[in-house]
Design a protein around this ligand. Sequence first.
Ligand code: C2E
Ligand code: CA
Ligand code: CA
Ligand code: CA
Length: 275
Amino acid sequence: VKGEGRNGYSVYDDGLMEVADARQRLDSELRHAIANGEFELHYQAIVDAHTRRVCGAEALVRWRHPRRGLVPPLEFIPFAEESDLIDQIGQWVLRRACIEAAAWPDDTVVAVNLSPAQFRRANPVAMIRQALADSGLPARRLEIEITENVFLTGAEDNIAIVRQMKELGVSISLDDFGTGYSSLSYLTTFPFDTVKIDRSFTMNMTKRADCAAVIASVITLTRCLGVATIAEGVENHAQLELLRGAGVDFCQGYLFGRPAPAADLDFSRPAVMKQ
Ligand code: C2E
Ligand code: CA
Ligand code: CA
Ligand code: CA
């Protein structure tokens, strides 16, 4: 609310108070949600670009709010990242994903997002070790998705922590590749198993030659480094064909399925494409 006239300041103050109130409310509602088990995981299939085999799925958290219905992660994860809430939510997500994935075929993988904030207070290695032990999921079936932001703050320490994760036997993927400032340099900072090409490139590749060129060279580069590629946000056949031509390994996107409860995943046959 913008202040007006001589009362501008007090109106502005009211606005700040409202923001503070809203934050306070969200904070207490999230604490309640953690205690009450209001979160659930949806999974989006990760598909072999050439055989359409469903090789695994990415876990994406949702909040089943008693009044607001299903709340998407971008409406509460960034807020949770500013406090200790992300630690508890993140721990629940990881544990739950490992437990659900333990029931999937043995040659599938579950990918779990780990935000930079989860490196701040506690070392997430112990959390991963515990989730694997509790669920019985073999480490090789867990993939941890991090963004290059993990390496911006506390760079040296965090690289060491991610190395410890790899030593547990989990694989590490570099999420949202291409959106950061210095993506290319991170490929040599750490031995990633997988690079996820951001949706912003996939989205534009059939319209813009420069985006298609970026994707093609990223795939060539990662192949030289022995790193697999996943293209995010694949929505149509034209994108899939271009990506296959460029040699992408895996695809994820609405063409193969939206995120849905684990029960909706079908590993028994090649992914069905929409249309
Ligand atoms: P992300 O990790 O990049 O996840 C991919 C997002 O793209 C998901 O949104 C997914 O639903 C959406 N998406 C997938 N395919 C398509 C497509 O073909 N077209 C379009 N338009 N979108 C597609 P979602 O589930 O809303 O998640 C948003 C972000 O929230 C995630 O981005 C991730 O950064 C964060 N997030 C989600 N779950 C978790 C979690 O458990 N922990 C943490 N730390 N972050 C999470
Ligand atoms: Ca992700
Ligand atoms: Ca992503
Ligand atoms: Ca993204």
